[in-house]
Design a protein around this ligand. Structure first.
Ligand code: HEC
Length: 106
């Protein structure tokens, strides 16, 4: 009996975290839409810019990635071959949420 309840606790926790996710991701996703990132990026296909998924793959295991991308989005300017990458007009917390969306894309 004890075992069964422990086994249930895992999925229940995951469900709670997943429920918390969308509320947080919601505003970041609104900003992505409002800032028209989707003109050049989508989650999984390459347009003018790389897909979020390919960015996530590129930075996989790189502990500096969230900070690096955060600064790129906050300051704009040179990003790879893009000389004048869009600067995101949002709070630091929102930009971090956008970075989290990008890096968790598959
Ligand atoms: C006008 C087109 C365009 C728009 C709009 C645009 N991007 Fe980009 N973005 C690019 C291009 C092109 C690159 C690739 C530059 C390179 O690596 O050569 C890029 C790269 C990136 C990267 C990867 C950076 C890296 O270090 O590899 C991220 C993350 C990113 N963009 C996020 C965003 C977000 C978030 C928005 C909306 C606020 C946005 N972009 C809007 C064109 C765009």
């Amino acid at each position: 009996m004890k075992l069964a309840s422990t086994a249930l606790a895992g999925p229940a926790l995951v469900a709670l975290v997943a429920l918390g996710g969308p509320a947080f991701a919601g505003s970041a996703e609104d900003i992505i839409a409002a800032e028209k990132c989707s003109k050049c990026h989508t989650a999984s296909t390459t347009k003018k810019g790389p897909s979020w998924a390919s960015v996530a793959t590129k930075y996989k295991g790189n502990a500096d990635a969230p900070n690096k991308i955060f600064l790129q989005l906050k300051n704009g300017g040179k990003v790879g071959d893009e000389d004048d990458h869009k600067k995101v007009a949002a709070s630091d917390a929102d930009i971090k949420a956008i970075v989290a969306i990008v890096l968790s894309s598959k």
